[in-house]
Design a protein around this ligand. Structure first.
Ligand code: ADP
Ligand code: MG
Length: 288
C-alpha cells in the first residue's frame, strides 16, 4: 500500500504549481543530485526577436524575410514563431509544397519554382550551400534558395528572470551538477552557461545526441543519485523519457511532452523544481 503521506505531498506540490504523476517520482526526487536542462523554452523564454538581417547582393531584407516566413509558416518552433511575427503578413500557403521540418536543422520547402532552406549551419552543410560563418551574437537562421545562399536572420532569446536564482538555489540544496543540452550553437550555449553558472554545456546536439549525452552522464555517475531532465518538449521527448525523472514545462510545453513527463511545472519557472524537491524531502520525513 502507498503511505498516506504521499498523497499529502502530491497535493501540496500541486498547490505550488507542480504536478507529480505518482508517489514513486515524489520519492525519487529525494535522491536527485544532477539536473539537466534543455535551453530554448526551459532556461530561456523561448520568445525570439529578429535583431538583424544580412543579405547577399540582389536580395532585399524584405525579400529575405518573406522567404523565411514562407518556409517557417507551418512550424511552431519558437524560432519559426519569431520569424512569422517579424513578417506579420498573410501567407498564401497554396504556394507551398513538399514541406519538411528536420529536427535540429530547420525547414526545407518548395515555394512555387524555388526550394527554400531555412535553418542552421548543419542544414546548410547537409544541402551543400556555402554560408556565412560569422560568429553572430544570437541564433543564426541561414536562408538558402535553390542551393544558393540568400543571407541570414539573427534572432535573440532571453534568459528567464527566474533561471539564475533557480540555478543558485539548486546548488544550495545540494545539487552536484547542473548541465544544459542544446541544439543551438556553441557560442550561444556557452554564453548562457556562463551567465547562469552551469557546470557543463553541450551544444549543437540533435535530439538523439541529447539522449547519448544523457547516457554519458549516467555512466560518469555510476549509479549514485538520481538524474532529472527538464525540457519544454519541442524535440526533447526522447530525453524526457530516458531520465530518472522527466520534467516538462506546462505552459509553453507541447501536449506530447506533458504526456511523456513524470513531473509538470505548470508555471514554466525552473525554480518550481526547488519547491518540488523541498516538498519531497518533507514528505519523506513524514512517511518514513
Ligand atoms: P534547443 O535544444 O535549443 O531547444 P532545438 O533542438 O529545438 O533547440 O533546435 C536546435 C536548432 O535547430 C535550433 O537552434 C535551430 O538552429 C535549428 N532549428 C530547429 N527548428 C528550426 C526551425 N523551425 N527553423 C529554423 N531553425 C530551426
Ligand atoms: Mg527545445
Amino acid at each position: 500500500s502507498i503511505p498516506l503521506g504521499f498523497f499529502g505531498g502530491i497535493g501540496g506540490a500541486s498547490r505550488h504549481g507542480v504536478l507529480i504523476k505518482g508517489s514513486n517520482y515524489l520519492e525519487a526526487l529525494n535522491y536527485v543530485d544532477t539536473v539537466i536542462f534543455d535551453k530554448t523554452g526551459t532556461l530561456t523564454k523561448g520568445v525570439f526577436k529578429v535583431t538583424q538581417m544580412n543579405t547577399v547582393e540582389d536580395i532585399s531584407k524584405e525579400q529575405l524575410l518573406e522567404y523565411a516566413a514562407y518556409a517557417e509558416s507551418y512550424s511552431n518552433h519558437p524560432i519559426a514563431l519569431s520569424i512569422q511575427k517579424a513578417y506579420g503578413r498573410e501567407i498564401d500557403k497554396e504556394q507551398l509544397e513538399e514541406y519538411e521540418e528536420i529536427a535540429g536543422h530547420g525547414i526545407k520547402v518548395r515555394l512555387n519554382d524555388k526550394m527554400i532552406y531555412a535553418g542552421n549551419a548543419k542544414l546548410m552543410e547537409k544541402e551543400a550551400i556555402a554560408y556565412d560563418k560569422t560568429d553572430f551574437l544570437g541564433t543564426v537562421v541561414h536562408i538558402g534558395i535553390n542551393g544558393t545562399y540568400a543571407g541570414n536572420i539573427i534572432i535573440s532569446d532571453e534568459v528567464k528572470e527566474d533561471s539564475a536564482k533557480a540555478m543558485k538555489e539548486l546548488k544550495e540544496i545540494g545539487m552536484k551538477k547542473l548541465v544544459m543540452l542544446t541544439g543551438d550553437s556553441k557560442s550561444v550555449g556557452e554564453k548562457i552557461g556562463r551567465q547562469l553558472g552551469l557546470d557543463e554545456v553541450h551544444a549543437e546536439l540533435l535530439p538523439d545526441q541529447k539522449v547519448e549525452q544523457l547516457e554519458a552522464i549516467y555512466k560518469q555517475k555510476a549509479g549514485k543519485g538520481k538524474l532529472i531532465f527538464v525540457g519544454d518538449g519541442i524535440n526533447d521527448a526522447p530525453v524526457l523519457a530516458r531520465a530518472d525523472i522527466g520534467v516538462a514545462m506546462g505552459g509553453l510545453g507541447s501536449d506530447a511532452a506533458i504526456e511523456a513527463a513524470d513531473v509538470v511545472l505548470m508555471t514554466d519557472e525552473p525554480s518550481k523544481l526547488i519547491s518540488a524537491i523541498k516538498i519531497a524531502k518533507k514528505t519523506h520525513t513524514i512517511v518514513w
